[in-house]
Design a binder for this molecule. Sequence first.
Ligand code: COD
Length: 301
Amino acid sequence: MVLKTLSDLKRLVDGSPMKKLVLAAAQDQHSLGAIIKAWKANIVEPIFVGDRDGILSVCESNNYDISGLRIIHEPDTEMAVETAIKMVSSKQADILMKGKVGTSILLKAALNKDWGLRTGNLLSHIALFEVSTYHKVIAVTDVAMNIAPNLKDKIAILNNSVACLNNLGYKMPKVAVLGAVEMVNENMEATLHAALLSKMNQRDQIKNCIIDGPLAFDNAVSLESAQFKGIKSEVAGDTDILLMPDIEVGNVLYKSLVFFAKAKVASIILGATVPIVLTSRSDSEQAKFDSILLAAAASKW
Ligand code: COD
């Protein structure tokens, strides 16, 4: 099965038992709105950790009824994050979600050696986009956690994202490893990594996917563009996963898709003991809801 739209994620969680989701620094309008929608759809049972007055004030101004739901009062942001993560570590919650707190504060806490959510694997971010100009959902990784991944990190990022898509129902997702050009250029490290990753895939060192690279963005998403340049590739024009060279390229692509192409997005951190809903603070309520759907699907495996 291939996801055509992000709402296809709903089918993957329908009928499953509700997951316990803890929102860290919960005084955040879009996060609260998305969670209440997911709670009413029987997808998650929320717990809010943060400033009680702030949470109640957001709920009152937006007519969110959270009576009966648990609030843990913790006005200090870093303590709220720590409390939320400890609830996950002690198995009181199945999903962690970032509220009104900076990304690096939450990620550093998730990596805490004593009470964090490490598994021994690399943690990485995946974002699924629904763009009206592409024929299916396309995943982009890593745009938010690993800053300048080396080859070893890229193998781990690929393995995380391929396992995610395999679990969502893709048998052999097609991966494009992006560069600025489609030829190997010894001065462009991204193209060297891409060539190595493709060869490792051919030799079955990276499994359950088809990898090609280096591909420039146009060849990855447009067959016509690849044919025009004479590139023969099983992946070109039909990519499921775009592997980014680094966080800057990834983050700019993410924001361009959302702001210019009006794409819908769902994003989480993979590789931790539980899925972490990690959207940008400026992301819409819809993006946060779709990310909760993705996390709920991910928490089943
Ligand atoms: N997975 C597993 N372990 C990791 C990872 C990872 N992705 N990254 C670091 N670690 C481990 C290291 O092995 C080490 O043991 C420890 O964590 C600390 O490593 P540092 O010193 O390299 O990492 P930190 O704590 O300084 O920073 C980790 C962050 C994830 C916070 C950092 O990489 C970061 O700031 N990423 C970008 C976050 C961001 O600003 N995103 C914005 C886009 S919206």
